[in-house]
Design a protein around this ligand. Structure first.
Ligand SMILES: [Zn+2]
Length: 486
């Protein structure tokens, strides 16, 4: 048996004025054939899963390029096409193959391509032929188009948000592809389109119990796989929205019925699946009340999360914390490569006048001018996220009064406490810790937090889907229209 694997992924916020070209992939995560590390990353997990079983399953593995760019705005046409064609050329050289495993995101948009993944899968099919088993792993924040589902044999999306299961889902995908290639199962997919946005977290109820139930259903009664595509709302594409994908062993009617049942269940939660969102002042006040000795309250600045494609240099929460010099607090990581280079050159211990953050986009707020003390610096802030390592590049910590601020050179969300602690910041001495992340921070920060609260600091990510200027979405679509299923 011959297996080919490759990965091409980013999440495109079509409203963000941060443009992506090939160099953003090369500077993000770019592994030509054979150079992928032993540890998996989010979307390239199929490469690692396929490597680990090649020996025991006795297949020849052909690795193509695996690459990922931090979520941002539109990808250039040349950038997408050059990476796509690089992978297709590698596939051509490996043919014939029995299985193609792709690690994609599912919400990559390039100039001229609203559905990059659908385009890539169709081209893979044209090369690999109708008998090749094409398996695709997607991030749950995908658009799950008919082109993706129709072009692939098996699609498996992450189930967990935070995404703690990217390797486990890659292993599920590989297992199903092997069984399909060996004619042990005949996968049939059905999709239920919720006709709206119904995202949820699995770090809290009702999402937690729901996903536990999905995991228990898989492998029973001919149900091979269940994926909930939550969708990614910051994208003006026709297929934006939440969808449920069920794959059964040859039973199309059963797949369709279960997908609909599960989709309706999610829709009926409505806003009940979302946590409360605090305005900046309200969030800081609540955090001070709830903090315990040695345990801060962690506030998630959800709408300035680089993982959602925005800059991650919004000054709103820094300004709010500076209004409360009596509160020991920390915030990070904020993107400002220029300020980082100035701080590192000045050196740890230096007191310098600094203009920082609030610069990358019109939606970033105002830059902040202050005299700061440089308290920490590193050539590479490397932090863990589940089984993977994420680099925030050169970074610095600065202090104003009792406020510690982490500045980083690479846009990446605040996955885990080493963003602060590796730069010498003692989180146990703080009452308030603000993280630039939507929910991926949760698994690593919850154990050190008295409580986790979510902020609505006003953007720049568009938090309210009823106010997003969509022009392409298929109607009806809630909340723009009443939901047709409710
Ligand atoms: Zn995601």
């Amino acid at each position: 048996m011959r297996v080919f694997t490759a990965s091409l992924a980013t999440e495109t916020n079509t409203f963000a004025p941060l443009f992506v070209d090939r160099s953003a992939f090369e500077g993000g995560f770019y592994c030509p054939p054979g150079t992928h590390p032993d540890t998996p990353t989010l979307c390239s997990a199929p490469t690692v899963a396929a490597r680990r079983r090649a020996g025991s399953e006795g297949y020849a593995l052909f690795e193509g390029t695996a690459t990922w760019a931090e979520p941002a705005g539109l990808v250039s046409q040349e950038g997408y096409e050059s990476l796509r064609d690089e992978i297709l050329d590698q596939l051509k050289a490996a043919l014939p193959v029995d299985i193609v495993l792709l690690g994609l995101h599912g919400s990559m948009v390039a100039r001229g391509y609203d559905d990059c993944e659908g385009d890539l899968i169709a081209r893979v099919r044209a090369l690999a032929g109708p008998d090749c088993v094409i398996g695709v792993e997607l991030d749950m924040h995908c658009h799950l188009t008919a082109e993706m589902v129709g072009g692939a044999d098996i699609i498996v999306a992450f189930k967990e948000f935070p995404h703690t299961d990217f390797l486990a889902r890659a292993e599920d995908l590989l297992e199903l592809c092997l069984k399909t290639a060996r004619k042990q199962v005949k996968p049939v997919s059905a999709v239920f389109d919720c006709r709206g946005l119904a995202a949820f977290m699995t770090s809290r109820e009702p999402g937690r119990s729901f996903v536990d139930r999905l995991l228990a259903m898989e492998g029973q009664d001919g149900i091979l796989s269940i994926s909930v595509a939550h969708g990614f709302q910051a994208a003006d594409v026709a297929d934006v929205g939440t969808k449920v994908l069920v794959i059964t062993d040859g039973d199309a009617a059963k797949a369709a019925a279960l997908a609909k049942q599960l989709g309706l269940e999610i829709l009926r939660w409505g806003q009940g699946a979302s946590p409360k969102h605090y305005k900046p002042e309200e969030g800081i006040a609540a955090a001070v009340d709830l903090a315990q000795p040695g345990k801060p309250v962690v506030l998630a600045d959800r709408w300035d999360n680089p993982g959602g494609g925005v800059a991650g240099d919004s000054s709103v929460m820094v300004e709010a914390l500076l209004r409360h010099p009596e509160i020991p607090a920390a915030i990070g990581a904020l993107w400002d490569p220029v300020a980082v280079s100035l701080c590192r050159a000045a050196g740890v211990g230096a007191e310098i006048p600094l203009r920082f953050i609030g610069k990358a986009a019109p939606s970033s707020g105002r830059p902040i001018d202050a005299v700061v003390t440089v308290t920490g610096a590193t050539a590479d802030l490397l932090i863990p996220f589940e089984q993977s390592w994420v680099s925030l590049g050169p970074a610095a910590a600065i202090r104003i009064g009792q406020l510690d601020i982490v500045l980083a050179s690479t846009r990446a969300q605040t996955f885990s406490p080493p963003v602060f602690t590796d730069l010498g910041i003692d989180l146990g001495a703080k009452k308030v810790v603000v993280v630039k992340s939507s929910n991926h921070f949760h698994a690593a920060f919850a154990p050190i937090a008295a409580q986790v609260l979510y902020l609505d600091s006003g953007g720049p990510y568009p938090p309210d889907s009823s106010k997003i200027p969509y022009t392409k979405v298929k109607r009806p679509f809630s909340p723009l229209d009443p939901n047709p299923w409710l």
